[in-house]
Design a binder for this molecule. Structure first.
Ligand SMILES: C[S@@+](CC[C@H](N)C(=O)[O-])C[C@H]1O[C@@H](n2cnc3c(N)ncnc32)[C@H](O)[C@@H]1O
Length: 206
């Protein structure tokens, strides 16, 4: 199953940046900046962007903190090839979020932009377990996702994405995500992007 999902993302990688540009009307740059500012990264920090895709968030983090050590992780070779071609200063890692090749307590910050809901069923929980393991004490996980859209048609597309890319119970996860995060992190905060269309949930490890 995972093999086919990877293949899907490998094919998607060929159009991904183009589709994002079209869909976001160039607002995605500001959104990435917003996420990284929220992470409050500082010189010397180790930062990991999971489900990095073509690497835009990891690259933005490196641009905003050149003294940070930045990594981008994804299980699609196609996506990572696109990312590597854009920036060689980042450590690009081919792996699944359910089994990350890092020692415990390695990272100050883990980021995930518009990808967490696409993890299949149990993968979301395995990923949260792994994120907590690789974060240093007081380290932060920031998950940015779309808010539930107000427009009825867009809302329908949003639910289709949740069910098809994530899992049938994806909607339940969205409803209970703060409760779920509270099981993995000591402190939870929620914020909204300036456009109001995305949210960031921040989990801080004990
Ligand atoms: C919608 S893209 C998001 C890309 C990027 N975060 C962004 O904001 O542009 C979702 C990404 O998650 C990756 N992905 C899905 N399941 C994964 C898993 N189990 N482990 C690692 N990466 C995964 C896909 O390969 C894809 O690149």
């Amino acid at each position: 199953m995972r093999k086919w999902r990877r293949k899907y993302y490998d094919i998607f990688s060929k159009f991904y940046d183009w589709i994002i540009k079209l869909h976001s009307q160039d607002k995605s740059e500001a959104l990435r900046e917003f996420l990284i500012k929220k992470a409050e990264i500082n010189s010397g920090f180790k930062v990991l962007d999971i489900c990095t895709g073509t690497g835009s968030v990891a690259i933005k983090a490196k641009q905003m903190c050149s003294e940070c050590k930045v990594y981008g992780l994804d299980f699609s070779k196609g996506m990572l090839e696109k990312a590597k071609a854009k920036d060689k200063r980042i450590g690009w890692i081919l792996a699944s979020v359910t089994n990350m090749p890092f020692k415990s307590e390695t990272f100050d910050v883990v980021l995930c932009s518009h990808a967490f809901y696409e993890l299949k069923g149990l993968e979301k929980f395995q990923a949260l377990e792994e994120i907590r393991r690789i974060l240093k004490p007081k380290g932060k996980f920031l998950m940015m996702e779309h808010e539930v859209p107000k427009n009825k048609f867009i809302k329908l597309l949003y639910y289709i994405r949740l069910a098809s890319m994530g899992s049938a119970d994806g909607f339940q996860f969205v409803k209970k995500e703060l409760e779920i995060f509270a099981k993995y992190f000591k402190k939870i905060k929620k914020d909204h992007s300036p456009t109001g269309r995305s949210k960031v949930i921040i989990g801080i490890k004990e």
